[in-house]
Each structure stands twice: as C-alpha cells, then as structure tokens.
Ligand binder design. Structure first.
Ligand code: ASP
Length: 280
C-alpha cells in the first residue's frame, strides 16, 4: 500500500517561512492520516478522504482557502478517477461547496459524470451538499490588494490499495484572478488520470498541463511499456519547448512512487507506513 499527496506549487518554497513549515507539517499529517485510512479502505475511498482533508485545510488552494477569480467569486474544480474501472467524474467551476471532491465522487454513480458551473452547484444542492462559503479573509485581502494571483496551488492524492488497485483525486481553487468561465486542468484527463497501470495528479499552470496532456501521457506511456521515470522524463521534456509549468505525482501498479516538477517549487509528501518523504 502506498500514498502520495501534493499541495501544489508554493511561492514560499525557497524560503523558511512559517507558512512553508506549516504547509509541510500539514502535508505530513494528512499523508499519515490518508495512509491509516488506506489500511481498511479502497484506493478510491482513500483519495476522496485524503483530498477532503486537504480541501478542509485553509493553507491550500482547494476547498476552504481557494483563490478568488477576477470577478470576486470563488469557483472550484475537482475530479477523481478509478484506475480499475477507468471511470472519471468531476466538477468544474462549482461554487459554495465545502468539499468539491465529494461532489465529484457522488457523480461516479451517475451517467453524466462531469458537470460544470451552475449545473454542478445545483447538482450539489440537490444531493445534500449544503451551501458553504470557502472564502477566507486572507484571500480577500490578497484579491483586494493585488488583484492578481499570489501563485498557484492545487491538491492531489494518488493511492495504491491492498488489492493493488490505483486511484487518483485532484482539487483546485484555480490559478487565481482568472476570467470567469476559465476551465482548469484539474477536472480533465490532462490533470488527473489513472488506469490499472498508473495514476497521476498534476499541479501548475492549467493551460500548460492541458497543452502537454501531462497525466494522460504519463499513464499511457506506462501502459506502452515505459518505466515510470522514463514516462515522466519524456512527458516533462515535451513541456520544454513552451516552458510549460507543471508538476505531477504518481504511483504505478508495482508500487513505484514518483514525482517531478518543471520548476522546483512543488511540495509533495508520500508515506508507505515505514518511510515518510517530503520534498520541495
Ligand atoms: N492547475 C491549477 C489550474 O490551473 C492550478 C494549480 O495547480 O495551482 O487551475
């Protein structure tokens, strides 16, 4: 059993600021809790549980603490994918929901699996997700002061369970100050993808992740015989011509855990019950 999580790209990554340390400690604690949960749950249940914990922590740009768009509203996106069934579900630009990933999970039971905007928010209300404001004062202050993004950040989790099944979930408050209607990569197969061989969650500039089809390419390369490190290497090389800004975490069916970022600012944590690793 393995788990790896990410908390997006941190603008504080090269500092020793209190925020950076707080984020690292939070990731460590959440990776540990996720791993404990994985002992008695499937990979799919675990990625939803773990991403919910990340969404609930206001240090991260997903759920509570999400960034504000150019019109002053928060719109969040989240998706999950079951590597075994290859079913993916997600919400795009949903509003006023505490845990977008749980709405995405609910959609797995429906024929229509990815909903956007008002339709996603209405679906959440109809299915018992109460209205909840995910805005925190700090994001409003940043929005009012700068009227621009303070850096990207998204959360994600990949898990391999006792039955060697893989799953992935990703959730974001977006890149901040975007045009309303902008589609994040986080609820697309570029940002979140899995099959029986590998599962991948991305963070970074959504436009670059979509241009590079990052998660889908890494997974497909594994299936076509690449090792996990070679699949990452080739996919990240393909970002270079347009200086694509992306990071990804992954686990393959043999339990190899891998991560890479195009610019060294992403923070990850992984835990396999014995060893805890944190990277930045
Ligand atoms: N990928 C996210 C987006 O562009 C942002 C991030 O990962 O920080 O919406």
């Amino acid at each position: 059993m393995k788990i790896i999580i990410h908390g997006g790209f941190f603008s504080e990554s090269h500092t020793n600021s209190e925020t950076k340390i707080a984020k690292q400690n939070a990731l460590k604690e959440i990776a540990r809790k996720g791993f404990e949960f994985l002992q008695n749950h499937s990979a799919l249940e675990t990625v939803v549980y773990t991403v919910s914990l990340l969404e609930d922590n206001e240090l991260f740009n997903a759920g509570i603490g999400s960034q504000i768009q150019s019109d002053g509203k928060i719109r969040m996106s989240a998706s999950l994918m079951d590597g075994t069934t290859q079913k993916m579900s997600g919400v795009i630009n949903i509003e006023d929901v505490k845990n977008p990933i749980q709405v995405a999970e609910k959609l797995l039971d429906f024929e229509d699996k990815v909903l956007g905007g008002e339709g996603a928010t209405n679906f959440a209300r109809q299915n018992g997700f109460e209205a909840f404001s995910t805005e925190i004062p700090q994001r409003r202050e940043e929005y009012l002061a700068k009227k621009e993004s303070t850096g990207t950040g998204t959360v994600g989790c990949v898990a391999l369970d006792a039955e060697r099944k893989l799953a992935v979930a990703t959730s974001t408050g977006g890149k901040g100050f975007e045009i309303p209607g902008r589609i994040s990569d986080s609820a697309t197969v570029a940002g979140n993808y899995a099959n029986q061989d590998c599962a991948v969650s991305c963070t970074g500039v959504g436009e670059d992740i979509v241009s590079g089809a990052v998660a889908a390419k890494i997974v497909t390369r594994l299936t076509d015989g690449f090792s996990i490190d070679k699949a990452f290497e080739k996919t990240f090389d393909e970002l270079k011509p347009f200086d694509g800004f992306a990071g990804a975490i992954a686990i393959d069916k043999s339990g190899n855990v891998f991560h890479q970022d195009s610019h060294p600012m992403m923070v990850f944590a992984s835990f396999d019950g014995k060893e805890f690793e944190i990277f930045d």
